[in-house]
Ligand binder design. Structure first.
Ligand SMILES: [Fe+2]
Ligand SMILES: [Fe+2]
Length: 469
């Protein structure tokens, strides 16, 4: 495999020096990226030393390096998994034929749209989270926030590398636009809805990394199957970093849940009076971020999904596990809305692929929620957190035109208006959670509303100075 050259301007394992034109183009994009980072990245912490992980190769035993670094000096690099000789299309109409190293002309637009849509989410989340450094519950959490942020920056680099290398002039234009759109901006918003919602406090940050980053995992996993080999190799390595983001989310919520359960055992069990987030409020934020994330998988019955599969560009989650890879004549049994009623029907499998991926995602989310419920049980608390029904609070797709309770019963718009504040965070909940958000920057100390982590980063103690004053 290609060795990593780290003394260049752009660390990479793609022999960038061997393609002077590409190298010059990316070196010209680099200062624009740094300007974007300084303007839209974490506010107020750019001159501090942060204990961060940096990807330096794709070798499983030594891919990352940990040290203090100032964020604008972070070494954002380009890393693709090594090419597997003889790899063939694993699914779709080209199954069994050699994978492509160049963009196939007839699928160029579809492929570019997939790369741009994925690429756009990466800087969007950094923008959404840029104010959170002012209210971190501990230095450990502050560092994890910045770790997620710099790696989303690297994921932007990964997509920009593909655009510059394989899509000519329009690829370069798309790369510029990725730095120009802004999360939540009325005139030039980010492409997907959930990436325009502000992440206004740390409970939302943990829910975002639990549920929305997990959508990212499933999208990347589907693209990691791609018959366009450079995209597959890029996404495979991104998944290595992504695992930590979901750890931050799942363990973050777990610690908030644990703290709530602890506080329920003292002072008459009034969690809010003791500066915690009560479990019903946690459930509301779960409902919100889970459903915003379900929307990201796209329409339930989708010809775009069918086309992306047929053309070999986007597969299923872990395509290898399935016995059959062409999906002609097979069906998927799923709920659909027909004449105003919810019915279960068999849908042509290729058209159901968004729902197939969403179903895998839901199972993965449930495993995380089960672990939170285990924490509650261990604390002697009988409250059970639940994923709402997939039809609840949907804003995209088949379920967006009708209203449902969290357990999936259809209700009228009037009833929804009356009851939705019991199921989703209302202004009072948002104000309360925000009132808890006071920065704690003493090493090893935690805010009142969150339990300490089980262990520190990279084998270091929880009391380590993860961010220098
Ligand atoms: Fe990412
Ligand atoms: Fe992520």
């Amino acid at each position: 495999m290609t060795a990593v050259i780290t003394d260049e301007k752009i660390p990479n394992n793609v022999d960038l020096a061997g393609d002077k034109r590409l190298q010059r183009a990316l070196e010209a994009w680099q200062p624009k990226f740094i300007d974007w980072w300084k303007e839209m990245g974490p506010e107020g912490w750019q001159a501090r030393d942060i204990y961060l992980r940096t990807a330096i190769s794709v070798e499983t035993d030594g891919w990352a390096h940990f040290d203090y670094v100032k964020m604008p000096d972070y070494r954002w690099g380009i890393f693709l998994e090594p090419k597997q000789e003889g790899r063939v299309h694993g699914f779709g109409d080209f199954a069994g034929q050699p994978v492509w190293d160049e963009v196939p002309g007839e699928f160029r637009n579809m492929l570019r749209r997939l790369v741009v849509t994925q690429g756009d989410t990466e800087p969007a989340s950094v923008e959404q989270q840029r104010h959170l450094g002012a209210t971190a519950p501990s230095l450990y959490d502050l560092r994890n926030l910045f770790q997620v942020n710099v790696e989303e920056g690297r994921h932007l680099w990964a997509m920009v590398y593909l655009l510059h290398t394989y899509f000519g002039r329009d690829g370069r234009e798309e790369a510029e636009e990725l730095l120009q759109r802004r999360s939540g901006d009325a005139d030039k918003p980010r492409i997907l809805g959930a990436f325009n919602e502000p992440t206004s406090h740390w409970l939302s940050f943990f829910m975002f990394t639990m549920f929305t980053d997990r959508d990212g995992k499933y999208q990347l996993a589907a693209l990691a199957e791609s018959g366009f080999d450079p995209l597959a190799r890029t996404c495979r390595f991104m998944l290595t970093e992504e695992a930590h983001h979901m750890f931050v989310g799942e363990s973050g919520v777990q610690r908030v849940v644990k703290r709530a359960a602890e506080l329920m055992k003292s002072n008459g069990g009034d969690v809010r009076a003791q500066g915690g987030v009560d479990l019903p409020t946690i459930q509301k934020y779960l409902n919100l971020w889970y459903t915003l994330s379900l929307d990201l998988f796209g329409g339930e019955v989708s010809s775009n999904a069918a086309d992306a599969f047929a053309s070999g560009l986007k597969g299923r989650y872990k395509e290898d596990r399935y016995p059959e890879h062409k999906l002609i004549g097979s069906t998927f049994s799923m709920e659909i809305l027909k004449d105003g009623k919810v019915v279960t029907e068999d849908i042509a499998m290729r058209n159901a692929l968004n729902e197939v991926l969403r179903t895998e995602y839901i199972k993965d989310c449930q495993r995380g929620v089960d672990r939170w419920n285990k924490t509650l049980k261990d604390e002697g608390c009988d409250f059970v957190l639940k994923l709402p029904d997939h039809k609840f609070h949907r804003q995209i797709g088949m379920w967006s035109t009708t209203r449902y309770t969290p357990d999936g019963q259809m209700i009228t718009a009037e009833e929804w208006a009356k009851r939705s504040g019991d199921w989703l965070p209302n202004q009072a909940d948002e104000d309360y959670v925000k009132s808890l958000m006071k920065a704690v920057y003493e090493p090893g100390k935690m805010a009142s509303w969150i339990a300490p982590p089980i262990k520190g980063i990279n084998g270091l103690p929880e009391t380590f100075e993860y961010v220098k004053p």
